[in-house]
Structure formats: C-alpha cells, structure tokens
Design a protein around this ligand. Structure first.
Ligand code: 4AD
Ligand code: MG
Length: 431
C-alpha cells in the first residue's frame, strides 16, 4: 500500500511509494507510454504509465481515463526537472472512481457567459485555481497583520435595522414583522466595539444593490474593516499604508507560482512599499483637469477618474479630504475647512480603482444628530449609535478594504467576477 500524500508535499517522498487521490487534468500518450497529469487541489503531477511495467488492465484504464475523471493512482516518486512541478510518479496501480464523459469545459477557449454558467466547474481550471489561492492568501495576510498588531476580531451582524452607506443600495429582507437590510458595512458596530476593545476589525460579506454593471462592482463582496479608538485621519492612513504593504509583500512571497500562472509582472508588486503618494481631493481635481477631464469641484470620482489618477503613480495613491457631499453621514468635517472631510480613499495602481475607503468619524453628538437629519436617516434607528458620543466619546477612525478589489489588482484581472468563487452580479445569481 502506498501512503496517501498531497502533491504539494511530494518532494519529501523521492524514491518512495505513494498514493495520490485526484482528478485527471490531461492525458497524452507516446507509443507504449501514457502520461497522465493528475491534480489533487494542491498541485499537478505527471504520472507515467508504461505498458511494459503494469498489468494490461491498468494500462487499459490509463487509455480510457478522460478529463476530470476521478481516480486514485499509486506509484514511486522520482525527481524530474523537466516535468510539471519537478517530480514524476511511476504508476503501478490505478483505481478509477468515475469515468467522465462530455466534460463541458475543454482546453479550447470558451465565452464568458458559458464559463459563468459553469462557474462550479470553471473553478477547477488552472487560472481560477491560482486566483482563489491568492485570494485566500490575501485574507490570511490581512487577518495575520491585524491579529499581530493588537487588533481584536469582533464581527458585526449581517441583518441590520438601518443603512450605513447609502439608502439607494440596500437589499431588504423580511425580519418577522419588521424589515431588515443586509449589511453594507460593519463600521457602525465597530465604532461600538472599539469603546470596549480599543482596536478591532470585522470581516464578512457585504451587500450592495448597485444598479451598475462595471468590472469593479459585485452585489455581494467581502470586506475587512479595522476601526481604532484614539486614531486621527493621519494615523489611519499610516496604518493603511503599512497594512497594504504587508498584504502585497506576503502574497508575493508565498504565492509566486500562482502569480506566475497568471503571468503577473512581479516587479510591479515588489515596488509596493511605503511611502505611498498622498494628494488632496483638490489636487486630484487639478490633475484630472490637466489631463483633460471636465469635472466640477464637489463631484465624486468614478472608475474613469480613478483610472486617470492612478496612471500618474506606480504605487497606490491616497486621496484625502473629499468634499462632505461625497461621503457618508458619519465622516468628520475638517475643523479648519468644514466643507471637506477627514476621509481618504486608497486608489490601486494600474487602473484598478478604489481598494480602500475610510476616515475619521464624527465624535460630537450635536454634529452627528445634524448629519443624520441632513442625510434623511431615521434618528430612532441610530439611538444606540448616538449613545457612543454620549458615554466616553473619543476621536476615532477606521477603513474598509474590499477583498475582491485588491485581489483583482494583485492578479491583474480584467474583471472582478473571477476574484470570488461564486460572483453575484447584476441580474446573475446562478450557480
Ligand atoms: O468605500 P466604502 O463604501 O466604505 C465603507 O463601507 C466604509 N463603511 C468602510 C469603513 O470605513 N469601515 O467601501 C469600502 C471598500 C471599497 O474601497 C471597495 O474596495 C469595496 O469596499 N467595495 C466594493 N467591492 C466590490 N463591489 C462593490 N460593489 C463594492 N463597493 C465597495
Ligand atoms: Mg468608497
């Protein structure tokens, strides 16, 4: 009996008999030898089946096995520089669990609509596999950074009684005899938990009924949101810079082979180190006008503006002090210039747009009440939130990083839909 091993650990088994459990990725033959490429979720290995060395029925199995058939294969491991992954398995036994016929996704190219309909199968392909491994590494690096820097993970509810961002993007659902909304952000709850824990983060799914069909928007995405008591807007940006650098450098170290599968230019990512450029909204407007964009002061930036701005920098760029009207009700105005807020976005390079939104929060109860009224939000629903300004209020700040946005940039993907296992897009909720 061979020992069941995963392909990622195969280097420890040179000269030993092992058992690999997986699926057929590809097959080719040359005379009396059949080459089976087997994948097991952790890697791909080439298995040699030689007519002279195995029983006739085993050779026959190898001849019949088709793409995505499930099988268990046994044999000895040998180092082979020229083989994919650097090792080969000399097969002595094959057990086929299922022979697959008509697997829909073949090595020829398919249209996006077809692939999206077959997303449950598309996930097995090499590119999709690489992207989702990188996604997992981004999430792990995010959490590791925060866990190692004094943050406590305190999650926020998904079913909420009120809007956090914009009432126009709420998904409603019945909550017994009341209405509830799917969370747009855990921020407001973070602002409660920092008063108990100092520095917190929440991580979870976020829902926005964005009636826009862009390459950057999902209806359901995952956001990690740190929030810090006694941090002002500048402390907040410093943290974002350090945190994004850690994520990029960690993924670069640990997921090089996946980045290679995607043909990613690694030098672009190696360059991501502090300091990141910082420009005010006013300066960003000047820059846009210089580049021929006709934009008035006070207008929010969309994908086009962000792309133009990012073209001037080879690192993520902070844009700070957005006009109050561009931001949500909780954003603190600059005491010296109340028409602008102590907010910042972080814009990724290479045209990937906003990856982070954040800022310093209103900490004065009178001003907060005024803002809630101005934004036509229901005062009753925010009674608990106002309490936080009544019982030990402090300056505080925080931000949200969109996981899919940073993954799209790190992988240099054309569209955000490939960064999440099962994307929820405008009018698409299958599979
Ligand atoms: O800028 P946003 O709306 O900020 C907030 O929700 C704050 N309450 C966060 C905080 O301060 N705690 O969203 C934050 C990030 C964006 O920068 C973007 O990366 C991502 O969430 N994001 C989306 N990603 C994919 N699809 C969408 N529809 C997104 N909307 C926002
Ligand atoms: Mg934003």
């Amino acid at each position: 009996m061979g020992k069941n091993v995963y392909i990622e650990n195969i280097s420890k088994y040179i000269g030993k008999e092992v058992e690999i459990r997986g699926w057929l990725y590809n097959r080719r033959s040359s005379g009396s030898i059949i080459f089976l490429l087997i994948r097991d979720g952790t890697g791909i290995i080439q298995c040699i089946v030689s007519k002279n060395d195995v029983k006739p029925e085993i050779f026959k199995s190898a001849q019949n096995v088709t793409q995505e058939s499930s099988l268990i294969i046994k044999g000895k491991i040998r180092k082979e520089e020229r083989a994919i992954g650097g090792y080969e398995l000399f097969t002595n036994n094959i057990k086929i669990l299922q022979i697959v016929s008509d697997y829909p996704i073949t090595p020829k190219s398919h249209g996006v609509g077809f692939l999206m309909k077959n997303r449950h199968l598309w996930l097995r392909s090499k590119r999709q596999h690489a992207i989702l491994r990188i996604r997992a590494e981004v999430i792990k690096a995010s959490r590791d950074y925060l866990d190692n820097n004094g943050f406590i993970n305190i999650d926020a509810p998904i079913l909420t009684p009120a809007a956090c961002e914009s009432t126009s993007t709420l998904f409603e659902t019945k909550y017994f005899d009341q209405m509830a909304y799917l969370s747009q952000s855990g921020q407001l709850y973070n602002e409660a938990t920092i008063m108990s824990f100092g520095k917190v983060y929440c991580y979870g799914p976020t829902f926005r009924a964005e009636k826009s069909k862009t390459r950057r928007h999902l209806m359901e995405f995952w956001m990690i949101e740190p929030e810090m008591a006694y941090f002002d807007w500048e402390d907040n940006m410093k943290l974002q810079e350090d945190y994004v650098t850690y994520i990029v450098q960690t993924v670069l170290n640990k997921r090089k082979s996946e980045l290679h599968v995607l043909n990613r230019d690694l030098s672009k990512l190696e360059n991501i180190k502090p300091p990141f450029p910082k420009i005010s909204y006013d300066k960003a407007i000047d820059l846009l006008r210089k580049k021929g964009k006709d934009i008035g002061w006070g207008e929010d930036f969309g994908g086009d503006e962000e792309t133009i701005i990012s073209e001037s920098f080879d690192k993520p760029v902070f844009i700070h002090h957005y006009p109050m009207q561009c931001k949500a009700f909780y954003m603190k105005p600059d005491p010296e210039r109340p028409e602008v807020s102590l907010s910042n976005d972080l814009i990724a390079p290479e045209g990937y747009g906003e990856i982070i939104g954040g800022g310093q929060r209103v900490d004065d109860i009178k001003l907060l009440k005024k803002k809630i009224k101005e934004h036509n939000l229901p005062m009753d629903a925010f009674k608990w939130y106002l309490d936080l300004r009544k019982y030990g209020t402090v300056p505080h700040s925080g931000f949200g990083l969109g996981i899919e946005r940073i993954v799209a940039w790190m992988c240099k993907l054309k569209h955000i839909r490939e960064t999440i296992p099962f994307p929820r897009l405008l009018y698409r909720i299958y599979p």
